[in-house]
Write a protein that binds this ligand. Structure first.
Ligand SMILES: Cc1cc2nc3c(=O)[nH]c(=O)nc-3n(C[C@H](O)[C@H](O)[C@H](O)COP(=O)(O)OP(=O)(O)OC[C@H]3O[C@@H](n4cnc5c(N)ncnc54)[C@H](O)[C@@H]3O)c2cc1C
Length: 432
């Protein structure tokens, strides 16, 4: 078969790998001029490693990603340092990267609240019954079982930070998945995620997968006889099967032949965007060497997360520059989407001074800002019933996106998992 894949993110590339291995001709269309999708990175001339445009790391439980890397023979390039994650409370930062550390967090008070926090954490770690949890909102469940204080100190800031105006609507299975599938140790690839994406693309090209960069797909239409036609950059080409890995919204625009019900399902899915600034600094921001600062919205910080990347991987990889991320998940239309880089930096500068009072504007060497409308799907009540099927009602047309990896939260691990799952379904259908 001749198969097209739309998108050279990790989902599209993982699917291409399996489909090509099964002997099919595979062409990947990628609108950007690089591979890696949301996990892509960039590099200054004096850096040896790339920096992801949006902060990225893996968890030790990311078995689909780590399994793929193992198959590719590159496990020796995966690094799992143990960076420090902290949470803000009353003017200070406290370690916050395990249930045990969180138990020592002073924001929880003493006594019963700590016990409730511990039991709730333990229960969520042990249960596999996410289907019951998706029937109730995280807001309601946490308030009931963890209690007002624990919820408001620990879990509400996380929900508000990630989901803004939708925080009360998110189901409890999302929270379960986060607690279930995360580890204290965080991983990356030698050279950064972009290095891994480039190596993977090179491997695919070596297997004779064609990767067309700068190829923007406008339409995918059903042919009158059989198969599908793709219109990319004005050139129309026939394929037997097509796998699309873009956002549900784009999928709906690209494929007008989809029946109304499937289209409606795509368009009803909610998601948050993200605005992330990367800064290269002359000096280390966190004197204590902290990597990840959780900054609850009600503390007046102008961002949700401040991440000092060079407290995770060495600054030696970046010619001595200190790399810091400042980012937020935001609803579409938020003013950060319309600010230019300089205006956004002005908003963020006071936060750096709060983290390190010695910080001055002249520490900033350069900034890069990346914005996306599609950063974080929002899982509402009973979300499992609203997930679009990978096999669409249009024959030969398949869809695999971040919005379908539920109950898990989106991530490159689950992009690989769903990409390979889609490839399996496509291969099975082709046998029938
Ligand atoms: C702020 C932020 C932080 C994150 N942190 C982490 C993390 O720490 N760890 C982690 O594992 N994951 C993280 N993720 C999630 C991770 O980046 C995604 O889950 C993953 O990259 C999704 O891969 P994908 O292949 O499904 O989609 P994408 O990477 O979105 O790939 C889709 C591709 O389709 C292309 N495309 C779009 N339209 C067209 C068109 N018309 N024609 C052709 N091509 C098109 C896009 O350019 C893109 O390359 C984060 C994401 C964000 C936004």
């Amino acid at each position: 078969m001749k198969i097209a894949i739309i998108g050279a993110g990790f989902g599209g590339m993982a699917a291409a790998y399996d489909l090509r291995k099964a002997g099919h001709k595979v062409v990947i269309f990628e609108s950007a001029d690089y591979v890696g999708g949301l996990a892509a990175g960039f590099k200054e001339p004096h850096w040896d490693w790339t920096v992801e445009k949006f902060y990225h790391h893996w968890f030790q439980s990311d078995s689909s990603m780590l399994g793929l890397i193992d198959e590719l023979g590159w496990s020796n390039k995966v690094l799992f340092p143990r960076p420090l994650t902290v949470m803000y409370h009353d003017g200070k930062f406290y370690p916050f990267d395990s249930i045990l550390k969180a138990l020592l967090f002073p924001g929880l008070g003493f006594g019963l609240d700590k016990i409730r926090f511990g039991f709730v954490g333990l229960f969520l770690r042990l249960t596999n019954d996410w289907r019951s949890l998706e029937k109730v909102t995280a807001d309601e469940w946490m308030m009931k079982w963890a209690g007002k204080r624990v919820y408001e100190q620990m879990w509400k800031p996380l929900l508000v930070g990630k989901f803004g105006p939708f925080y009360r609507d998110v189901n409890m299975a999302w929270m379960w998945a986060r607690i279930k599938a995360r580890t204290t140790r965080l991983g990356t690839f030698e050279g950064g995620f972009q290095n891994f994406a480039d190596k993977f693309a090179e491997k695919l090209r070596g297997m004779r997968v064609e990767i067309r960069l700068g190829a923007q797909v406008k339409f995918i239409k059903r042919n009158q006889t059989s198969g599908l036609s793709i219109d990319a950059n004005g050139v129309v080409e026939p394929f037997d099967q097509v796998l699309v890995t873009v956002s549900p919204n784009l999928m709906a625009k690209m494929c007008p032949d989809l029946p109304e019900e499937y289209l409606k399902g795509l368009l009803e899915l909610k998601s948050m965007g993200a605005v992330v600034m990367v800064l290269s600094l002359k000096r280390q921001l966190s004197k204590d060497g902290y990597y990840w600062f959780n900054l609850p919205k009600d503390t007046g910080f102008p961002m949700l997360a401040l991440v000092e990347h060079t407290n995770f991987v060495s600054k030696e990889h970046f010619g001595g520059d200190h790399i810091v991320y400042a980012g937020d998940y935001l609803e579409l239309g938020h003013e950060y989407f319309s600010l230019n880089d300089e205006q956004l930096l002005e908003r963020f500068l006071p936060a750096f001074e709060r983290i390190n009072p010695e910080f001055t504007r002249d520490w900033v060497k350069k900034v890069w800002v990346t914005k996306t409308n599609y950063a974080q799907p929002v899982p509402l009540l009973n979300h499992s019933k609203n997930i679009p099927a990978i096999q669409t009602p249009v024959e030969g047309l398949y869809f695999a996106s971040m919005s379908q990896v539920y109950p898990w939260d989106r991530g490159t691990n689950f992009a690989v998992e769903i990409g390979r799952r889609a490839a399996r379904i496509m291969l099975e259908k082709s046998k029938v």
